[in-house]
Design a protein around this ligand. Structure first.
Ligand code: FEO
Length: 405
């Protein structure tokens, strides 16, 4: 595959990673992920962000560099917008091959370059307002955008072309093949990237939503004509579309999210499961969309994506040894880390010889500021009265979601 030209002298040099590994060692990528670097050629040459030697990333990158007559040894500057190893993993080897390489990164990234790669020489810190003139009309401006997604993160903006190299911000999961730009996508592609942007956002970025909103505000002063993120497609026709998607997703951190409900359930012997179908029907009878996930059968990555966009959550789980069914404790731990806050909640579940799930549920979610309606718990098998009570509570939750401002 050849490098893709974004503008004269600006190229996307990217690796498509397959689906056999988990991203960050935790998140499934059934459709892979792209890791994008960008080559900017003036009189000097800069590479913006790097890759990790993962899958056959390096051979892909080498092939694309060759396609524009470049090699790693020719690069004058490496701009590191972000230190996470998906974008820096090959740094020590690059520095070995190109000892004169000058590395530019934020002030907070400098100690990380040393900690991860034992490199101290040829590292210069840059920050908001700093620029690098490559000659030939290419000027790179830097802007600190902390916590998107680590504290040291910055973005790079090329002045003459209006291209924002945004690193993790405005990215998505999913490989990018022949259709690289937003204006080349089919309807099916658009739905795919919208879904994978949501999942990427919920899994990777959601914890830092308030910083996303601040960064969008801060970048508003730039004349952005194209957005080139480090994961996913390039937005050249309508960059404001992905900015608005990110703004909307970030806004869900303090509610309100979308008028839909995600039901997450687990069951040991079918006593909790028995209520799942009646509760789905109860929510749907109020005209509210419901997403349903069973854990641990379904991965938290997909559960979190639906929960992030839902204003209402229903949890069904039995008590297990005086506490919640363990896979559901994992769900709540991830929701806590990801700041799934300010949701409307209903919980139901059975218990055997003793309850206890509700107590732990309350303890684990107190900080999330959830608005919970009365739970329904029962010993052993649910009778018709219990089922009807839970159905009424699910309807009540659906009505609250429907009538939200
Ligand atoms: Fe794609 Fe936070 O690294």
């Amino acid at each position: 595959m050849s490098a893709v030209e974004l503008a004269s002298g600006v190229y996307r040099i990217a690796a498509n990673i397959g689906n056999k590994d988990l991203f960050e060692g935790i998140w499934p990528i059934p459709d892979g992920v792209s890791i994008n670097s960008y080559l900017v050629k003036g009189e000097k040459t800069a590479l913006i962000d790097l890759v990790k030697d993962w899958d056959d990333a390096l051979s892909q990158i080498n092939e694309q560099l060759s396609s524009v007559g470049a090699e790693f040894k020719d690069i004058d500057y490496l701009i590191l917008n972000h230190m996470e190893p998906d974008h820096t993993g090959w740094l020590a080897e690059l520095k070995k091959q190109n000892p004169n390489l000058e590395i530019l990164c934020s002030k907070k990234a400098v100690p990380l370059v040393k900690a991860f790669y034992k490199i101290e020489d040829g590292v210069t810190s840059v920050g908001s307002g700093d620029s690098l003139d490559l000659g030939g009309g290419k000027v790179l401006l830097f802007e600190d955008t902390p916590n998107i997604h680590w504290p040291e993160t910055m973005v790079t903006f090329e002045k003459s072309t209006g291209i924002l190299f945004s690193c993790d911000a405005f990215g998505s999961f999913g490989q990018v093949k022949d259709r690289v730009f937003d204006d080349e996508l089919t309807m099916e592609d658009r739905e795919f990237y919208e879904r994978e942007t949501l999942r990427y956002y919920a899994n990777i970025v959601s914890t830092f939503s308030s910083f996303v909103l601040k960064a969008i505000e801060k970048l508003g002063g730039l004349d952005i004509r194209m957005i080139a993120p480090s994961h996913g497609i390039i937005w050249r026709k309508n960059p404001s579309e992905v900015i608005e998607q990110y703004r909307r997703l970030a806004s869900y951190h303090n509610g309100p999210a979308e008028k839909e409900i995600t039901l997450i359930w687990s069951s040991m012997y079918g006593n909790t499961e028995k209520l799942v179908r009646p509760l789905i029907e109860a929510v749907e009878s109020e005209g509210v969309k419901i997403n349903v996930h069973r854990v641990p059968q379904e991965h938290i990555s997909f559960v979190l994506a639906d929960a992030w966009k839902s204003a209402g959550l229903i949890f069904g789980m039995p008590t297990y040894e005086y506490r919640m069914f363990p896979p559901m404790a994992h769900v709540l731990d991830i929701f806590d880390r990801s700041h799934v806050k300010f949701r409307k909640i209903f919980r139901f579940g059975s218990f055997g010889w003793s309850g206890g799930a509700q107590k732990q549920f309350h303890e684990m979610t107190e900080a999330l500021k959830w608005e919970c309606i009365e739970p329904v718990e029962w010993q052993g098998a649910a009778d018709e009265q219990i089922i009807q009570k839970a159905v009424e509570q699910a309807r009540e939750l659906a009505r609250q979601i429907k009538n939200m401002e």
